[in-house]
Design a binder for this molecule. Structure first.
Ligand SMILES: [Zn+2]
Length: 387
């Protein structure tokens, strides 16, 4: 399909670029991008792709908009809170560019649908926020021969690269052969982020996708752009291809997508996302260390420490039960459901997730310890070792 007179006018700022002709705009029009995750990265990426005239955009997200998303997920407004991200995003993007074909995949990405979904698009853009999805996206991208535009965030730092475009290109598993153990590194956006950072990285992802579709420029391949936006520093770090990589190495061990080999996103099963109220809930979702200490001393609550054993070795609250977060789905049945559990971790992020999970599997009385053991050390027991 060639571009029309209207399109020539609409995309005139593209066409005025040296080296960017009508044929390049037509490649965008005839091209397609699958955007996985409509959060901080996917929002600016999808907006710029739609604005640029990419003909077909797939939108993958199973989540709904929450008010704390609005700080960085610029696809949405206040009236979208509570609605499906896919539907809200489609509304916003079609208002921006009605000629773009928008395909929503509200059930999200999983090991079963990944290959068939990827087959329908030219470029895969990963805006996901968890390791399980990143590994699945990487593997399906490599196995389906589709280039992957990767972006990730950690606090003030963003990273960007293109994986799996050519045989000589490295893949995500060349960097990280296996997913990290849950709870070891922050996952699922549990770490803080300033909204402009995903804005920068998501826009760069759109840029790379536009370059891949048009064939213009040099993709960021075989290297990672690492941006420390707090200090205003950008580095380009070489990523070597690993000959022993289980996916793209000399003797690959992964030759298909196997359901079950990708740990459930964000560790805990979908039930953790359940918003249905639990019957008989009679304790606050989170409590202060002072309140926890009072209740613990008087025997009203039990403490569940979900940190890792090496963290527990440094400091612990005497009388607490140690159950690392990754083991909770296997071991929660050992806990007394009738007790009031206060869940403890280092800073209160992991424990918040575990609290919600325990409620979702039927525990009536669970609270998160605000600020974690760090706050406890600060305000209850100053003699406690900290890390
Ligand atoms: Zn690899």
């Amino acid at each position: 399909m060639d571009i029309t007179q209207d399109e020539k006018a609409r995309y005139s700022r593209h066409l005025r670029l040296p080296g960017f002709g009508e044929a390049h705009q037509a490649r965008l029009k005839n091209g397609s991008v699958l955007v996985i995750g409509l959060g901080g990265l996917g929002s600016p990426a999808a907006l710029y792709l739609a604005a640029a005239g990419v003909g077909r955009i797939g939108l993958v997200d199973h989540d709904t908009v929450e008010s704390h998303n609005l700080q960085r997920q610029v696809l949405y407004g206040e009236r979208d809170v509570g609605q499906s991200k896919c539907i809200a995003a489609r509304r916003r993007l079609s208002a921006l560019n009605a000629s773009v074909k928008l395909e929503v995949h509200e059930s999200g990405l999983d090991a079963v649908n990944a290959m068939s979904l990827f087959a329908k698009y030219d470029v895969i853009l990963d805006g996901s926020d968890n390791f399980a999805t990143r590994f699945l996206v990487n593997d399906a991208s490599k196995l389906s021969g589709k280039p992957l535009v990767y972006g990730s965030l950690f606090q003030w730092e963003g990273q960007l690269t293109v994986f799996n475009r050519s045989r000589s290109a490295p893949c995500y598993r060349c960097l990280f052969p296996e997913p990290p153990r849950p709870g070891i590194v922050p996952d699922c956006n549990e770490a803080g982020v300033v909204g402009a950072l995903p804005g920068v990285i998501g826009s760069l992802q759109a840029m790379e996708a536009i370059k891949l579709l048009t064939g213009l420029g040099e993709p960021v391949e075989g290297r990672m752009l690492v941006m420390d936006l707090l200090m205003g520093k950008v580095r380009s770090v070489k990523i070597p291809k690993d000959p022993d990589c289980p996916l793209c190495g000399i003797r690959p061990r992964i030759d298909h997508i196997e359901a079950g080999s990708y740990p459930v996103p964000c560790l805990l099963p979908d039930v953790a996302e359940s918003r249905e109220p639990v019957e008989g809930l009679n304790v606050p979702l989170s409590i202060s260390v002072e309140m926890a200490w009072e209740s613990f001393r008087s025997g009203k609550v039990r403490l569940l420490d979900v940190r890792e054993p090496d963290e527990h070795a440094i400091c612990q609250i005497p009388g607490s039960v140690l159950m690392p977060m990754g083991n909770v789905p296997d071991l929660f049945r050992e806990l007394d459901r009738k007790a009031w559990w206060v869940v403890v971790c280092h800073h209160g992020f992991r424990s918040d997730r575990v609290s919600r999970y325990l409620r979702s599997v039927g525990f009536g009385s669970v609270s998160n310890l605000e600020g974690g053991i760090e706050a406890w050390a600060e305000r209850i027991n100053p003699d406690m070792d900290r890390y």
